[in-house]
Design a protein around this ligand. Structure first.
Ligand SMILES: *Cc1c(COP(=O)(O)O)cnc(C)c1O
Length: 355
C-alpha cells in the first residue's frame, strides 16, 4: 500500500494522534500484547485506564468503564440488556435513527421521537412522548451525520425532569473532545476512532450505579456481551472476551498524556468558534441554521458541487469528510478533533478560502 500523505478531516475514522508511533512501540516493548487477558498485567491496565478516566476526564465516582468492540455494538447491548423497559429514542439525524432501528428490531415497542434539524430538543415534547416515568431515554449527544449537538444544559434539564428514567447517550464523536455532563445520564458510549485519535476497533461503555442495578434487576444475561456479563467480568478487571488489548493500551496512553478534558474542551470550542466564523465570512453555509445546535467537534457544511471540492481538496493534500445519510450529496463534514493540529487547520482555512 502507498503512504497516504494527506491530512484527514474525516470525522471517523479520523486522523490518528501524532504520538501513536511512540505508544505502539511501547506496547510491543513492554509485552502487554502477549499478556493473557485474565492475567495481572491486563487487569492492571484495565483498572488504571478507568482511574485515568476519573482523573483526566472527570468521570464521577460510581461510574464504571467497560470495553466492547464498537458504538454500534452498544446499540445492540443496550437494547438487549434493558429489554422490557419502555424506551424512547430521540433523534434528528442518521446515527440516532440507526440506533432506534437497531433497538426496534430487538424490542418492537421502542418509540421514536424525531425532532427538526433546526430546532433544539424540546423537553416538553419529550415529556409528551414518554410512556412511563421509568423509561429508557436514548439521545445522540453529537449527531455526526449533520453536525448538531444536544447541549449539556438540555441534558441536565432532561435528567432533572425525568429522575426515575435511565438516560442513555451516544457520545461517539464527542467523548474525549468536550466536557460531558456525566451525571446527567446513566449510560454513555463512544468508539475510539473519533475524538481519541486511535485506530478503530474498540468501543467504550460507561454505566452509572443506577444503570448497573437496573441491568442486574432485569437479569437478561443470555448474550456474551450482556451488561450483566460485562459487570461481573469488570469485578475482576476482566472483559467478556479477549479484547482489543492494543487499543486499550493506546487509549490508556492517550488519556494519560493528553491534558485534562477541560483544557482539550476549551481549545476545541475556541477552534470551533473560529471555524464557524471563518465559514460564515467566506460564504459557506452550515447545514443546521440554528447556531445553538452547532456541534463543537463535527461541522457539516452545505455545498453544491461536492465532488469537485473534494477532488481539489485532495490535490491540496486535504481529505474532507463526505456528507452522511440523506445529507450525503449536498454537504461535506470537518472533524474538529484533538489529534488535528492548529497548523493543519491553517492549511484547511487556506484551501477553503480560495476554493
Ligand atoms: C461513528 C458513530 C457511530 C458508530 O461507531 P462505530 O465505531 O462504527 O460502531 C455511532 N454513533 C455515532 C454518533 C457515530 O458518530
Amino acid at each position: 500500500m502507498q503512504k497516504v500523505n494527506t491530512i484527514s478531516f474525516y470525522p471517523g475514522p479520523s486522523k490518528i494522534d501524532d504520538k501513536l508511533p511512540l505508544y505502539l512501540a511501547e506496547a510491543c516493548r513492554i509485552g502487554i500484547l502477549s499478556a493473557n487477558h485474565r492475567s495481572k498485567p491486563f487487569m492492571e491496565l484495565y483498572q488504571q485506564t478507568e482511574a485515568l478516566f476519573k482523573e483526566k476526564m472527570n468521570l464521577p465516582r460510581g461510574y464504571h468503564l467497560y470495553f466492547v468492540s464498537s458504538a454500534t455494538e452498544c446499540w445492540q447491548v443496550i437494547a438487549q440488556s434493558y429489554y422490557g423497559m419502555s424506551a424512547l429514542h430521540v433523534f434528528n439525524g442518521a446515527f440516532g435513527e440507526k440506533w432506534y432501528q437497531t433497538a426496534a428490531k430487538i424490542n418492537p415497542s421502542v418509540k421514536p421521537m424525531y425532532f427538526s434539524l433546526n430546532k433544539t430538543l424540546s423537553i416538553n415534547k419529550l415529556a409528551a412522548n414518554i410512556l412511563s416515568d421509568e423509561s429508557l431515554i436514548c439521545i445522540t449527544q453529537n449527531e455526526t451525520s449533520n453536525g448538531t449537538q444536544v447541549s449539556a444544559g438540555t441534558l441536565k434539564h432532561i435528567r432533572s425532569r425525568f429522575p426515575k428514567s435511565l438516560i442513555a447517550i451516544d457520545a461517539t464523536s464527542s467523548m474525549g473532545g468536550i466536557v460531558l455532563p456525566w451525571q446527567a445520564a446513566d449510560i454513555w458510549y463512544a468508539s475510539v476512532q473519533k475524538c481519541f485519535g486511535l485506530p478503530s476497533g474498540l468501543g467504550l461503555l460507561i454505566l452509572s450505579e443506577k444503570a448497573r442495578k437496573k441491568a442486574i434487576q432485569l437479569t437478561h444475561n443470555q448474550y456474551y456481551n450482556s451488561i450483566i456479563n460485562l459487570i461481573s467480568n469488570r469485578e475482576n478487571w476482566q472483559t467478556t472476551h479477549t479484547p482489543n488489548v492494543l487499543n486499550i493500551y493506546l487509549l490508556n496512553q492517550i488519556v494519560k498524556n493528553r491534558p485534562p478534558i477541560e483544557n482539550i474542551s476549551r481549545a476545541l470550542k475556541k477552534r470551533a468558534e473560529y471555524l464557524y466564523d471563518f465559514l460564515h465570512k467566506n460564504k459557506y453555509k452550515i447545514l443546521a441554521t440554528n447556531a445553538h445546535t452547532h456541534s463543537k467537534t463535527v461541522i457539516a457544511v452545505k455545498y453544491n458541487d461536492i465532488s469537485t471540492l473534494k477532488e481539489n481538496a485532495q490535490n491540496a493534500g486535504i481529505i474532507l469528510g463526505n456528507g452522511y445519510g440523506k445529507w450525503k450529496e449536498n454537504t461535506f463534514r470537518i472533524a474538529n478533533f484533538p489529534a488535528i493540529t492548529d497548523e493543519e487547520f491553517n492549511r484547511l482555512y487556506a484551501f477553503l478560502f480560495q476554493a
